[in-house]
Design a binder for this molecule. Structure first.
Ligand code: ASP
Length: 360
């Protein structure tokens, strides 16, 4: 071995040791359970040396553009008037900047608009009509975000609303030939199969929760996060959940770590969950403990009354600056919630730690 080869060998050895050193930052992405593809995409960008915010936004765009994800972006379940309204927030650790949009209509990728609010304005958050006008001014095209699948689910929900006598304005008319709602739906949506109709009834009766939160750390110790959602299905137009609220649905502190959430936004806003978790990390709690503490604050707001708490779920995700991470949910049970992780290779789902075992 000549001197040059010896030096190269030592340098490579040092690099390998540095990469493996415990506590050293690494490329890692975590997300809510619907984010396995997002984590993989974000991780590819990190591995290519890309920016952490570029990575998480590109990851989340997969869900935002996917008509099959009925909780995010295009194809999201609409508000009570059948209009899809989207919320999103982004935070870029290295520059400590943030942006958000809420109740944004007709634009598929609210996370990109949130980023432009951060980069192109002196504001942090734009909502409703103003957010749409801003997006159009920047060059986004308006599109109808209501897919046939979501329109079906919305109509089923409208038909499920009954007055005190069990009557529905969207049901069979008194003078009309009796037609059961299921038969009517089959006529209206001839391509809908039994599985799709069953799904529509299910989401009408039990409005589902869903959102994507995605957090990234790179080998330089830089961190960013994004949360994007179509919010609560059948919400009152203009309702804003936790996802675009900085400190609730998302918080990144470049010195400490990042956190985000999915689930019932109203209860998260009341504990400023993501900010609480990052502050818990700063005080020395591990990611699991930090998330569980935020969930305990949610339970405390209901005096730990499990019959009330059983009516919703809420999940938190935390990524510490050294790469330690966790997902935590209010409720366990037969199918406990999971979250997505990619720290190399394929994304995997890991179980969330839960505050309560089983709904009463
Ligand atoms: N957190 C979202 C909201 O409250 C919805 C969800 O994740 O289910 O808007």
């Amino acid at each position: 071995m000549n001197r040059r080869q010896w030096m190269m060998g030592s340098l490579l050895g040092a690099a390998a040791r540095a990469a493996a050193a415990p506590g050293a930052p690494k490329n890692i992405v975590i997300a809510s359970a619907n984010g396995t593809r997002a984590c993989a995409r974000a991780r590819e960008i990190l591995d290519a040396g890309g920016d952490t915010l570029d990575a998480v936004i590109a990851g989340v765009n997969i869900n935002e553009e996917d008509p099959e994800d009925s909780s995010v972006g295009y194809g999201g379940l609409p508000n009570e008037e059948g209009v899809v309204e989207l919320d999103a927030s982004v935070m870029h650790g290295p520059t400590r900047r943030a942006g958000a949009v809420a109740a944004l209509r007709n634009i598929k990728t609210p996370s990109k608009v949130a980023r432009l609010v951060m980069e192109q304005t002196d504001h942090l958050m734009l909502v409703g009509e103003g957010a749409l006008r801003f997006a159009k001014a920047i060059g986004f095209q308006e599109e109808n975000l209501l897919t046939e699948k979501s329109r079906l689910a919305w109509l089923v929900w409208k038909k499920s609303l009954k007055d005190g006598r069990g009557h529905s304005n969207w049901g069979e008319g008194l003078a009309s030939p009796a037609k059961k709602p299921a038969a009517w739906l089959r006529e209206q949506f001839p391509k809908a199969d039994e599985a799709l109709l069953a799904w529509a009834w299910e989401v009408a009766v039990r409005p589902p929760s869903g959102t994507i939160n995605c957090l990234a750390l790179n080998t330089k110790g830089e961190m960013s996060g994004v949360t994007s959602t179509s919010g609560l299905a059948w919400k009152i137009p203009g309702r804003v959940g936790d996802s675009p609220i900085l400190g609730a649905g998302l918080w990144v502190d470049q010195d400490v770590g990042a956190a985000g959430s999915t689930g019932r936004g109203e209860e998260n806003i009341r504990v400023a969950g993501a900010h609480t978790i990052v502050e818990n990390l700063r005080q020395g709690m591990g990611p699991r403990e930090a998330c569980l503490d935020a969930l305990k604050r949610v339970a405390r707001n209901f005096s730990n009354d499990q019959s009330k708490l059983a009516q919703f779920d809420l999940s938190f995700y935390a990524l510490r600056k050294d790469g330690a991470y966790a997902g935590a949910s209010l409720w366990g049970g037969p199918r406990p919630r999971r979250f997505a992780v990619n720290d190399g290779g394929e994304s995997r789902l890991e179980p969330c730690v839960t505050l309560f075992d089983q709904r009463p």
